[in-house]
Write a protein that binds this ligand. Structure first.
Ligand SMILES: [Zn+2]
Length: 418
């Protein structure tokens, strides 16, 4: 039997063994004192509140609590899929008795009769009024060009041989927005296998895992030797690519340094120096497109702002900045923003091009770079000669899945999320 189920069953036994107090209807706004647990319960007709040791009070609606019952009749223990339909929960459902233990809170419901148990840690983690805990992820560390003295790096063998290596890799990518891998064979096949350690490679109109050679002898590739200013890739997708890997396999020429910029740091500076510009870049939706190929006409279903924020937390979560791919801007929620938008883009560009924003690196064979395309802008200087590169994209959600699984473990995630 799966250890998760064993833990689940032992918890059920724990509940059934717990002596249930004689059912007593909790009257309006009653405080149930339990000094031994250092928590208090406050009830009203339709809510139950928990006053935590830190003196914060979380209020939970009865209907929400009943909807989030975790017994196996209500939530499938393996798939974590809901088994109770909200239509079967009365809006004015009442608790008939509430009991506390060291482990958590047991609530007896009326109409229909049911008993639910919630661990204290679960209640604290999922408190929504107020929200008490927001993230299980590593802290992001903003950087400027000083990071050149301490570049985030992991070892190829560690990544290929264990999920702990992948945990370190994905964690550094999350923390810094980029990471190098040392000791990689300078071959396209081995680089593809390396990238696949995070997740399957995202196929786009550029193909799957790509190889490209620029060669001055070929006139149609001439433009690929030109400088490219800092940008994010695929800003024209509804879901821009999450990670990008670049591995320089061969280079005999001059120039062609890679530019990286911490877009989150640039955004923070913009917010401090020009809050109005920050607001405009966070709200004005920028239409974009890619239409260069005969068989490609891509535009996002809804245009997004340059600075994208998480709707729940308000935190900055995505930079979309690719000036070349901006479309005709003929849809404005507020046409008064037009001049302010151009001012804001100039200010944004001025911050991005400050010397201390820019990390310039010469890529090397055997040392691929991977970066978070939702945070780190990239570009390159002009070059001469022949440059052979390979690389690929990974979806944001697939990368985050691997990050969570390798760093926290499946059991821990399930425990914390459900
Ligand atoms: Zn239940």
């Amino acid at each position: 039997m799966n250890s998760k189920i064993i833990r689940y069953l032992s918890r059920l036994q724990l509940i059934s063994k717990r002596k249930l107090n004689a059912a007593s209807v909790v009257p309006k706004s009653t405080i149930v004192n339990t000094p031994s647990h250092d928590r208090q319960i406050v009830t009203s007709p339709n809510t139950i509140g928990v006053i935590w040791a830190e003196k914060l009070t979380s209020i939970y609606h009865n209907v929400w609590l009943r909807d989030h019952c975790q017994c196996e009749e209500c939530l499938h223990p393996l798939t974590k899929q809901r088994l109770v339909h909200p239509s079967n929960i009365p809006q004015d459902i009442k608790s008939t008795a509430i009991e506390q233990s060291e482990q958590g809170l047991t609530i007896h419901w009326n109409h229909p009769t049911h008993t639910s148990f919630y661990e204290w840690s679960w209640l604290h983690r999922h408190s929504y009024n107020p929200r008490l805990q927001t993230t299980l992820l590593p802290q992001k560390e903003l950087w400027n060009y000083d990071i050149q003295h301490n570049l985030p790096t992991v070892e190829y063998q560690a990544v290929m041989n264990s999920d702990d290596g992948v945990a370190e890799w994905t964690s550094k990518i999350y923390r810094y927005g980029f990471c190098f891998v040392d000791g990689v064979p300078a071959s396209s096949e081995e680089t593809e296998k390396l990238l696949s350690r995070i997740a399957f490679i995202r196929t786009t109109h550029f193909g799957g895992f790509w190889n490209f050679t620029s060669n001055l002898a070929k006139a149609d590739l001439a433009y690929t030797t030109a400088a490219i200013e800092a940008h994010t890739d695929t800003s024209y997708f509804t879901d821009p690519v999450g990670l990008q890997m670049l591995h320089l396999l061969k280079f005999d020429g001059e120039g062609g340094k890679t530019l990286l910029i911490d877009g989150f740091r640039a955004a923070q500076i913009l917010r401090e120096e020009d809050p109005a510009a920050y607001k405009i870049l966070s709200t004005v939706r920028v239409p974009s497109h890619t239409v260069g190929d005969e068989d490609t006409f891509i535009q996002p279903t809804t245009p997004s702002p340059i600075l994208g924020h998480n709707i729940s937390t308000g935190q900055l979560e995505q930079i979309r900045w690719n000036n070349g791919h901006r479309s005709v801007a003929d849809q404005w929620d507020n046409p008064d923003n037009v001049t302010g938008f151009y001012d804001a883009m100039r200010k944004w560009n001025e911050i991005l091009t400050r010397k201390d924003s820019e990390l310039w690196i010469q890529l090397q064979p055997g040392r691929p770079l991977i970066f978070d395309n939702w945070r780190t802008l990239h570009g390159r200087s002009a070059f001469s000669g022949c440059r052979q590169m390979c690389g690929g994209y990974i979806n944001r959600d697939d990368y985050m899945s691997r990050l969570r699984l390798t760093n926290l473990g499946r059991e821990e995630i399930l425990k914390r999320l459900f």
